[in-house]
Design a protein around this ligand. Structure first.
Ligand SMILES: *Cc1c(COP(=O)(O)O)cnc(C)c1O
Length: 392
């Protein structure tokens, strides 16, 4: 099964059929499991076999199918599914860190990731140094002998900075630190973070993996040792378990992930090219455009600019709002990776909490609009965006 190519893994990986031989994966919507005898219950609590379950907070057959399918896709030894992407980020970090540890993190992060690293970890005595993720010298200077982990988003939200994961991993590993990569924007289709050197990879399954706006989910991938000895004990006792129903929805999402993500990335490339150079835009930020600062790295590391682009309206917030309000196909929302195209104004929504100077440092300008490209017809999308720009 490990010889299977991506689309085969995504359709068949991890399948466990019940005695009824169902085609579509079964939803085991159960909290608990019954035992034939008291002795069997005792034995399971002593030592849980790979295909045995005792309580859904610890594991569930539908959730296990999801974990095995995504682990197979990512080439990871194991995975633990969580209730949301943030449960995965916070669970991975808090399960491995203790007071006195040092962490180096890229500065350009999703708002909630920044909250965990900036506000939560420091309360428990973990010191975090923030660096410009694209500056390898800054990573080198920040890593210390007591650095336990480095954290980064391989492609950052919303300004789409691309981190040279292979080089950062070399720097981190030389210091004995683990590399924790949030790979949501790069997607598991285009970026094999483990092959590039990440020790722990995190996805918000809410994004491309569901991809149809239905449910929250997250997953932590890594070595069997890390997942079973570090992440699982923490997660099963703190309770951020994925619901079996959500695991089933996400299994269905995985089946079409490759088809959707490739269609979305092709659409994003075409849309970025169509909008590039428009006089009403100060910038079109897309790693697949030759003028992106990490374009060459992107070509080598992922081979695609991904499914998201950001545009910066020269007329600032007023122009951005007029543009957003004139869109007819693309919806205004704050999710991404969906089959529906979604536009977001980060400065007033996802990154509203940040003080003005931090927004400036991160490039979150008043005119910035983040666009997650869906699977609609690209010509229709380009027409929608051109029309909205003429309303500016
Ligand atoms: C959305 C997102 C998360 C959080 O995922 P949830 O499922 O919303 O909890 C984490 N990291 C990145 C980069 C994201 O885009």
């Amino acid at each position: 099964m490990t010889d299977w190519n991506t689309r085969t893994k995504l359709v068949h990986g991890g399948t466990r059929r019940s005695q009824y031989g169902e085609v579509s994966e079964a939803i085991f919507l159960t909290q608990g499991f019954v035992y034939d005898t008291a002795e069997q219950a005792e034995a399971r609590f002593q030592q849980l076999g790979d295909d045995e379950f005792i309580y859904a907070r610890y594991g569930n057959p539908t959730v296990r199918m999801f974990e095995e399918r995504i682990a197979m896709l990512e080439g990871a030894e194991d995975a633990f599914a969580t209730a949301s992407g943030m449960a995965a980020v916070s669970g991975a970090l808090t399960s491995m860190l203790k007071a006195g540890d040092h962490v180096v993190s890229a500065r350009a992060l999703f708002g909630s990731c920044l909250y965990i690293l900036e506000e939560v970890l420091s309360r428990f005595g973990v010191e975090v140094t923030f660096v410009d993720g694209t500056d390898l010298e800054a990573w080198r200077a920040a890593v210390r002998p007591d650095t336990r982990a480095v954290f980064l988003e391989t492609m950052s939200n919303p300004t789409l900075e691309v981190v040279d994961l292979k080089s950062v991993a070399e720097i981190a590993h030389a210091a004995g630190a683990l590399v924790v990569a949030d790979n949501v924007f790069a997607t598991p289709i285009y970026s094999n973070a483990i092959a590039l050197g990440a020790d722990v990879v995190i996805y918000s399954a809410t994004k491309h993996i569901d991809g149809q706006g239905r449910c929250l989910g997250g997953v932590i991938l890594g070595s069997r040792e890390f997942i079973r000895k570090t992440a699982e004990p923490y997660l099963k006792h703190t309770g951020a378990a994925m619901s079996p129903f959500n695991a089933w929805v996400l299994l269905k999402g995985l089946e079409t992930l490759d088809l959707r993500v490739r269609a979305q990335a092709e659409g994003a490339q075409k849309l970025a090219e169509a909008l590039h150079g428009d006089a009403r835009l100060a910038r079109v930020i897309y790693p697949g455009l030759p003028d992106h600062p990490q374009h060459a790295l992107t070509q080598a590391q992922t081979g695609s600019g991904g499914t998201v682009l950001s545009i910066d309206l020269a007329g600032g917030q007023e122009a951005a709002f007029r543009f957003l309000n004139a869109l007819t196909i693309c919806v205004i929302s704050n999710n991404l990776g969906d089959a529906k195209s979604i536009a977001t104004h980060p400065a007033t929504t996802t990154h509203q909490r940040l003080p003005a100077d931090q927004k400036t440092t991160l490039g979150i300008t008043p005119g910035l609009v983040r666009i997650s490209v869906g699977i609609e017809d690209t010509a229709d999308l380009i027409a929608d965006f051109r029309n909205a720009l003429s309303a500016v």
